[in-house]
Design a protein around this ligand. Structure first.
Ligand code: 3H9
Length: 730
């Protein structure tokens, strides 16, 4: 039985059992229905308590069963709505004891109960929108009736999860307890036996609408359209809430179901659910020696040090402190230390305020302390050190050499680099097996991704410790192998290059950005480059002799080593246009550090003159071709990364792109996207592009892509096993 019953006095306690999160699979729903019917008919039972096994109420409907569900037939038989209806109509009081989580269908079940008691650490939310769906078991009809339209709109359209103290304030749960929610619920159930239940049935409550409800809903759609570009589920959620506003409860439920079915089998829902499982799968890493996430033993990090308090170091220090880790922050001179410590303190103050507002007056766990120092010897107590100085190999090596002599034996040494060789850095230490790359993304206290770059000697203990740390920091860690630029930036390079070539060929930054933003990117390549700072790439190109003083005399302007090269970004930097930080880049900004990108006539004029000077003929490129021209080389590089064994599977690449590079989640990630449009299509287009542009090597189709197409384009989940990854270094 997936729902167990035991009797305490005159109260029947029904426990949902489906480890690990008590998901409401079709079997659980059937079982719940049977037990509920059984206890409502049992004259010795006067009240009912619903809870979940192992301190978790329920993680919602079982997502794993969705892909096996035929929406035309099976879904009509899905009975969570029926279960909810039986619970709500019961003439015996039904109390939900919410411990751990009540998410999606789990919260919908709790909303159908007459009372809800939550443990103080429990969290609740209607998270379906993040899976490309909407709450399909009455959530869109009950929540607005319970907490009002504006609050319900916010929760349902964003999938926000709120802690129990906030839930009680909003009116989602009746009370919180620091003790056992189940015992509290039994106590309440006994107390309310015989009391009238009509006012406790949310389905009977009138909906309280603000006078401007129509414009509230319309404005929400406009805002969501901008925030989640191209995503359908957020828009459809608003329509379901509109039904709650306009229709009686029963008709609203019918409308909700109709809208739910319209999303259920969509490509976007498939992509979001793939992204959900991909994030879980990357936690299950393995190494060629057979070590893996199960066998390795992560060490707990209590004290961590950060070296360098630039933008990255500041964010990393905040991130660690937020996770209640004691932080030692080191800088090289007084001025930098003061600047860095002020910035860290200011961010932490803002974060404390946010936390207090979010968790309201409830006492919350405080942040870890941050000690600022110029004294490298302070690092001797750290369990783990993260070096976050600027990208300079000589400087990093000097620091790691010093760390060897200062840090305690067994301390883990991490380098925050976006592409330098981890093995070279590890080689100067006394403990290469305890050295690893931790590639954070800016702003590091907010961005979810952590690329964990395994060096040749990195031990399973350091991999598991850092992967564990990523979870503690509320990030998604992805283990990748060591290669120039690692995975994320390696795929980014051809994407940016292709976008710049489009400017040479006659397009404008606005046109290119618009296409990529309509695709779903939060920012197109040029707005993103302006935000990141154009000078970073410029310095690295100077370092590699592609531009600047190290460039060999006589090198053609638009070629390097026989390959197409565009000097446009270099020229912008030579003009002092570094992007937002200098108030001008591919766009102009209202001020230095401004955020609002506006068309810049200077850029347009400059591009025009550049094309004229180099006698470049304008090419007519459709919006569809702009998209393919930019995305397919990025995808192609993804296949090359797999071929080289740098990432262990397509899911790893997709998780990196969804969480670190603004890839639209409802498109699953670049590799998933390729599988959806069809590998033959990607291959044919790349072949065509490469034939017409033999001087762009990133357009040459990867062997893996060709092999997969030859094998009949197997589904993405079979790519790993079909190819066997003979080259895998992971
Ligand atoms: C829904 O409810 C639709 C309804 O409105 C209407 C229907 C008609 N199903 O994340 P973790 C697995 S849609 C199946 O590592 P944590 C997960 O894959 C649903 N499996 O743990 C993993 O498996 P494995 C709405 C699920 O403690 C394991 O559980 N619900 C589900 O960090 C542990 O997960 C949601 O959107 C599920 N629903 O976080 C909630 N949930 O060990 C989605 C988890 O094999 N879930 N699994 O890798 C979550 O947000 C988090 O998993 C949760 C636990 C917070 C619950």
């Amino acid at each position: 039985m997936a729902a167990l019953k035991h009797i305490v006095g005159s109260v029947a306690v029904i426990t949902i059992r489906n480890p690990p999160v008590n998901a409401l699979s079709p079997q659980v729903q059937v079982s719940l229905m049977e037990v509920l019917k059984d206890v409502t008919l049992d004259p010795s039972v006067k009240a009912i308590v619903l809870c979940g096994e192992n301190g978790k109420f329920s993680g919602g409907a079982d997502i794993r069963t969705f892909s096996k569900t035929d929406p035309k037939t099976d879904i009509k038989r899905m009975s969570l709505d029926d279960v909810n209806s039986v619970a709500e109509r019961s003439r015996k009081p039904v109390v939900a004891a919410v411990e751990g989580v009540a998410l999606g269908g789990g919260l919908e079940l709790a909303l159908a109960c007459h009372y809800r008691i939550a443990h103080v650490k429990a969290r609740v939310g209607l998270t379906e929108v993040l899976l490309g769906l909407l709450p399909g078991a009455g959530g869109t009809q009950r929540l607005p009736r319970l907490i009002g339209v504006p609050a319900a709109l916010d929760m349902i359209t964003t999938g926000k999860i709120v802690p129990a103290p906030v839930a009680v304030k909003l009116g989602i749960v009746d009370s919180v307890t620091e003790g056992s929610a189940v015992e509290e619920a039994i106590h309440l159930a006994q107390k309310v036996v015989g009391q009238p239940l009509e006012s406790r049935r949310i389905c009977s409550k009138p909906i309280q609408c603000p006078p401007n409800v129509d414009s509230l809903l319309n404005d929400a759609k406009v805002k969501l359209k901008k925030q989640f570009r191209g995503a359908e589920s957020h828009q459809v959620c608003v329509e379901a809430i509109r039904a709650a506003v306009q229709l009686p409860f029963a008709e609203g439920i019918v409308k909700e179901r109709e809208l739910f079915l319209s999303l259920f089998n969509s490509d976007q829902a498939k992509a979001c659910q793939y992204a959900f499982f991909a994030e879980r799968s990357v936690a299950k890493w393995t190494t060629p020696s057979g070590a893996n996430w199960k066998s390795a033993s992560p060490q707990t990090i209590r004290t961590a040090a950060v070296i360098g308090l630039g933008t990255m170091g500041q964010g990393i220090a905040v991130s660690l402190a937020k996770a209640q880790i004691q932080v030692i922050a080191v800088e090289q001179d007084e001025q930098q230390l003061e600047k860095g410590s002020k910035a860290v303190t200011a961010i932490l103050e803002r974060e404390t305020l946010k936390k207090q507002q979010f968790e309201l007056a409830h006492k919350s766990d405080s942040f870890g302390s941050v000690t600022f120092t110029l004294d490298f010897n302070a690092l001797k107590n750290a369990d783990l050190v993260i070096e976050a100085v600027y990208e300079n190999m000589a400087l990093k090596k000097e620091i790691f050499q010093r760390l060897s002599s200062i840090c305690k034996p067994g301390a883990f040494l991490c380098t925050n680099t976006s592409g330098l060789d981890i093995d070279e850095i590890a080689s100067v230490t006394d403990r290469p097996h305890l050295v690893i790359g931790t590639h954070f993304f800016s702003p590091a206290h907010l961005m979810k991704l952590l690329e964990v770059v395994r060096g040749y000697h990195s031990s399973s203990t350091i991999i598991s410790t850092v992967m564990n740390l990523s979870k503690v920091l509320n990030k998604v860690g992805v283990v990748v192998d060591n290669c120039p630029l690692f995975v994320g930036n390696r795929l980014l390079l051809p994407y940016i290059n292709q976008a710049v070539f489009l400017l040479e060929d006659g397009r404008t930054p606005e046109e290119v950005d618009q296409v990529l933003e309509e695709f779903g990117y939060a920012m197109g390549p040029f707005r993103m480059s302006d935000l990141a700072g154009l000078d970073i790439g410029w310095r690295s190109r100077m370092e590699f002799g592609l531009t600047g003083p190290k460039l060999l005399p006589g090198a053609p302007v638009r070629q390097r080593e026989g390959k197409r090269y565009s000097p446009l970004p270099d020229i912008l930097c030579e003009e002092g246009r570094f992007g937002q930080k200098s108030g001008k880049g591919w766009y102009q900004y209202e001020t230095v550090g401004g955020r609002n990108a506006a068309r810049d006539p200077w850029v347009h004029n400059f591009l025009h003159e550049y094309r004229r000077a180099h006698a470049i003929k304008q090419k007519n490129v459709s919006q569809g071709e702009i998209l393919e021209w930019c995305l397919y080389p990025l995808i192609n590089e993804g296949f090359k990364v797999l071929e080289d064994g740098i990432a262990s599977g397509p899911e790893d690449i997709d998780v990196i792109y969804n969480n670190g590079y603004g890839w639209p989640r409802h498109k699953g990630g670049p590799m998933f996207y390729a599988s959806m449009i069809g590998l033959p299509r990607v291959l044919v287009k790349l072949e065509e592009f490469y034939k017409n542009n033999p001087d762009i090597p990133s357009l040459k189709p990867s062997n893996l892509l060709k092999a997969l197409v030859k094998q009949g384009s197997p589904p993405l989940k079979e790519w790993r096993s079909q190819l066997g990854y003979p080259n895998s270094r992971l």
